[in-house]
Design a protein around this ligand. Structure first.
Ligand code: SAH
Ligand code: SF4
Ligand code: F3S
Length: 465
């Protein structure tokens, strides 16, 4: 028998890419590829790329340079594919700039990879950046039980793709295309299968996940809230999350779902970008700061233990010192438990990149430092406030010391527990004893299986058989 062909996949950017990378690996498994963690020994390398900021896009070219060098040194010939948002944005230009690349495939065309690979092997041009009418997910096979187990008990599930919001700084509407929701039946089938395979936590993902409006088998249009209520009924699914949301689409029914569903985690990632009304308007975010405060208040009214994280951009064109102070003020008022923050990066083809009054780099750097110091302090305060609290922890992987396991709190914090009376893929009630810079430590309170999870789920041990 031939030795299996080896595949190395590297994901950059957001969770959508992580999910897509898994689905590409699942499809290529059928073509005889097994995954390797070593690019130098791979027969096929896929870089699943991100175009969101200049730095993210440039990373791809440094990675391609390394690949070319290693191919020259070892003489091992590897097919190189560029997938994802840089592939969509730059297409055939990528091969011109980096001839080591054999194949370019945009995010909506992954199901065509086998044909593209055949072309690339025959030395023909292999570039596909279409937005095809067919749904790629209909043609991408589901993961095997072994692949799901390897990826762990917390899984992503894409429910929506693309974006129609056109924030003036953002490339996503161009790289991912128009907003499309997957049909409800397909999502439910995938969730049920994952749960059967041992998944206990599902994060529904989409560029604008709370704009989800999928067609149900009943012909009705389901909202994200409708979907969450239904998913919470699946035996084995103990936790639900969703990301990334837009403030404009935080419907009343979604807030009610947080009140009603114990499985829906009290942690919301809600990007706000700026605390200044003028900047928000120039960004075309379609809401002001008051809407954000209002959502936070309504969320906390239904779930007093609700914590928030967000995304911020500093140095959007024309941002004044006073406008930046509005962002600092918003941070103080909300008290975020986590955040991502970035310097504005002008992106080709986006309206904001053409605006005058670009903020000087030094000013952006100074603002980012101040913002990040404030966000870090806010996160630290939240972590410290968790000491003494009791959380359900879902164990995901072994820790560094023998017997140790690492799990996640409802707030996505890593929790390290010594010799817990539970295994990977199981929940345990843990009292938090310490908050370190990167993780919490805790001791098990008792082995209390969650009635809404374990009662109806087959134990993981049964799945190993
Ligand atoms: N759909 C999500 C986020 C998509 S991109 C939303 O609507 O918020 C993830 C984050 O990258 C954004 O929230 C934003 O903070 C940041 N980002 C996007 N474009 C950027 C740019 N041109 N420069 C700097 N940061 C950017
Ligand atoms: Fe980009 Fe705005 Fe769409 Fe988010 S909502 S993906 S930031 S255009
Ligand atoms: Fe990046 Fe594309 Fe995601 S640009 S953030 S990989 S949607």
């Amino acid at each position: 028998m031939d030795a299996p062909r080896k595949l190395y996949v590297k994901s950059f950017g957001c969770q959508m890419n992580v999910y897509d990378s898994h689905r590409m690996a699942d499809m290529l498994a059928r073509e005889g590829y097994v995954e390797t963690a070593e690019p130098a020994e791979a027969d096929l390398v896929i870089l699943n790329t991100c175009h969101i900021r200049e730095k993210a896009a440039e990373k791809v070219y440094s990675e391609l340079g390394r690949l070319r060098k290693s191919q020259e040194e070892t003489g091992h010939s590897t097919l190189v594919a560029v997938a994802g948002c840089v592939a969509q944005a730059e297409g055939a230009e990528i091969i011109k700039r980096a001839p080591v690349v054999d194949l370019v495939v945009g995010p909506q065309s992954y199901h065509r990879l086998p044909e593209l690979l055949a072309k690339a092997r025959a030395g023909e041009p292999a570039v596909d950046t279409d937005f095809p009418v067919e749904d790629k997910f209909d043609h991408l096979p589901a993961p095997s039980a072994a692949a799901t187990r390897k990826r762990g008990p917390a899984a992503f599930l894409t429910v929506q793709e693309g974006c129609d919001k056109f924030c003036t700084f953002c490339v996503v509407p161009y790289t991912r295309g128009a907003e499309v929701s997957r049909p409800v039946a397909k999502i439910l089938a995938e969730a049920e299968r994952l749960a059967e395979q041992g998944v206990r936590e599902l994060t529904l993902i989409g560029q604008n996940v709370n704009a989800f409006h999928g067609t149900g088998a009943d012909g009705r249009t389901w909202s994200l809230a409708d979907l969450l209520y239904r998913l919470a009924e699946i035996p084995g699914i103990g936790r639900l999350r969703y990301t990334t949301s837009h403030p404009r689409d935080m419907g009343e029914d979604l807030i009610a779902a947080h009140r009603d569903l114990p499985a829906l985690m009290p942690y919301l990632h809600l990007p706000v970008q700026s605390g200044s009304d003028r900047v928000l308007k120039a960004m075309n975010r379609k809401h002001g700061r008051e809407l954000f405060f209002d959502i936070v208040a309504r969320m906390r009214a239904v779930r007093p233990d609700m914590a928030l994280s967000s995304d911020f951009i500093v140095g959007f064109p024309g941002e004044t010192d006073a406008e930046f102070e509005d962002t600092m003020d918003l941070i103080r008022r909300v008290g975020f438990a986590g955040a991502f923050s970035f310097k504005y990066s002008p992106r080709p083809g986006t309206p904001a990149s053409d605006l005058g009054a670009q903020v000087p780099e030094a000013v952006k750097t100074e603002r980012l430092h101040r913002l990040q110091a404030a966000l870090e302090a806010s996160k630290r305060a939240f972590d410290l406030s968790c000491v003494g609290r009791t959380f359900e922890v879902l164990f995901e992987k072994p820790g560094r010391q023998p017997g140790q396991l690492i799990g996640r709190s409802p707030y996505l914090q890593s929790v390290v527990v010594n010799t817990p009376p539970a295994g990977i893929g199981e929940f345990l009630t843990v009292t938090i004893t310490e908050a370190g810079p990167n993780s919490l430590a805790g001791t098990p309170l008792s082995h209390t299986p969650l009635s809404h999870v374990t009662a109806r789920a087959r134990p993981l041990a049964a799945l190993e058989a």
